[in-house]
Design a protein. Structure first.
Length: 108
């Protein structure tokens, strides 16, 4: 029987591959911050010149409806401010939604 941690890890790995994996990290400068329950969190470059609204953290979570919810935050880790929430994202819309929210392109 799988534990909650192994299920969350599998979900995070799936999201990471759906958003572009290594290509995504190279193109955006993002770093995998951590695995969250039913999702993954990325830290973005702190240079607000390139990222819309000073966003420096993105969380992508698998919802019970088999769609994703993307949340964008800004600020230091101890006092993150929620900037935008985008619900009902299908797997093939992850990259375009990320670009729409942050202004960072995920591919050439």
């Amino acid at each position: 029987m799988k534990t909650d941690i192994s299920i969350s890890r599998q979900i995070a790995e799936t999201i990471h591959s759906q958003i572009g994996a290594g290509r995504f990290l190279v193109m955006t400068g993002a770093k995998v911050l951590c695995i969250i329950p039913n999702g993954i969190a990325y830290s973005l470059p702190l240079d607000s010149q390139y990222v819309n609204d000073g966003i420096n953290r993105i969380e992508i979570e698998l919802m019970p409806s088999d769609t994703y919810e993307m949340r964008a935050y800004r600020g230091p880790a101890v006092s993150l401010e929620l900037v935008k929430t985008e619900p009902m994202i299908y797997c093939d819309e992850l990259e375009s939604t990320f670009t729409e929210i942050t202004g960072l392109f995920t591919r050439f």
